[in-house]
Write a protein that binds this ligand. Structure first.
Ligand SMILES: [Zn+2]
Length: 241
C-alpha cells in the first residue's frame, strides 16, 4: 500500500466505521455530517437496535445515503469467546442478519465485539467462526480505536495522530450518545484538509476472512479450548490477497 501523492502532500486512506448503532438521536446527525462532506462510511449495527420500525427506518436511511451496513451481533453484551454457551455467538449473528436481510441489505459483513477494541482470542467462538465460513461472510477488524465513548470531547486529535502514522487506517467510531458526534465535524474537516481519502474499501490486512475464506489465522481469535472444533480453512489455502 503506497501512500498516494495528493497535491504535493501524502494522502492517507481511511475506512471510516461506526459501531453499536443505529441510535435515533445520533445516527441521523452522523448521516447529515457525512453527507455534507460527501463521505461514505460503513455502519456495523446491533440486532437489538433494528427490530423496531424506527430502527429499520434508520438502516434504510443509512443505505439510502450510499453507506454500507454490516452485522455487529445482537446484544453486544459479551465478547463471543467469553460466552458460556459458544453456540450463542451463532444466534447473535443469525438473528441480526435475519433482520438485515428483511431490510434488504445484500452484504454479509460481520464485525466482532472486541470488549473495548481489543483483537484477541476472545473475539469469536468456534461455532460462530464456523458459521461465518459456511455463510461466506467477510470478517472485518480495525486498527484504530480512538475511544470516542470514553473521551467524546477529545478523541479527534488521537484519531488524526493515528491516521498520520499509517497508509491506511480502519477507524472505529460509535453512533451512540456521548461518543463520536461532538467532534465528528472537526475531525472530518481536519482530515480532509490534510488530504485524507475516505473510502468504504477494506484493506485485506483487516479482513481475516473474505467471503468465508480465511486470509489470516482465525484460530488466534478463538479461545484455545475451542480451537479443536474450528472448521476454518488453513492459511495455506487462503485466497490470494
Ligand atoms: Zn461494538
Amino acid at each position: 500500500m503506497t501512500p498516494l501523492e495528493h497535491g504535493g502532500r501524502i494522502a492517507r486512506r481511511v475506512t471510516l466505521t461506526f459501531d453499536n448503532g443505529p441510535h435515533p438521536d445520533v445516527t441521523p446527525a452522523v448521516l447529515a455530517i457525512l453527507a455534507r462532506r460527501g463521505i461514505k462510511a460503513t455502519f456495523f449495527v446491533l440486532g437489538k437496535a433494528i427490530g423496531s420500525p424506527e430502527g429499520r427506518a434508520l438502516i434504510e436511511r443509512t443505505l439510502g445515503g450510499g453507506h454500507r451496513v454490516g452485522n455487529h451481533g445482537f446484544s453486544h453484551e459479551t465478547p463471543f469467546g467469553l460466552l458460556a454457551d459458544p453456540e450463542e455467538g451463532v444466534r447473535e449473528i443469525v438473528e441480526t442478519q435475519r433482520l438485515l436481510d428483511k431490510i434488504g441489505i445484500g452484504t454479509r459483513m460481520f464485525r466482532p465485539f472486541g470488549g473495548g477494541g481489543y483483537i484477541n482470542a476472545e473475539l469469536l467462538s468456534a461455532p460462530a467462526a464456523n458459521y461465518l465460513v459456511r455463510e461466506r461472510f467477510d470478517l472485518v477488524l480495525w486498527n484504530s480505536v480512538p475511544r470516542d465513548w470514553e473521551r467524546p470531547a477529545d478523541w479527534a486529535q488521537h484519531a488524526l495522530n493515528e491516521i498520520a502514522l499509517r497508509d491506511w487506517t480502519v477507524t472505529v467510531l460509535h453512533d451512540i450518545p456521548d461518543a463520536s458526534l461532538e467532534q465528528l465535524p472537526a475531525f472530518l474537516d481536519q482530515a480532509l484538509q490534510a488530504g485524507v481519502e475516505f473510502t468504504t474499501e477494506l484493506p485485506i490486512d483487516f479482513l481475516p476472512m473474505a467471503g468465508g475464506v480465511a486470509t489470516a489465522d482465525i484460530s488466534a481469535m478463538v479461545p484455545p479450548a475451542q480451537r479443536a472444533v474450528l472448521a476454518v480453512s488453513e492459511l495455506s489455502s487462503a485466497a490470494p490477497a
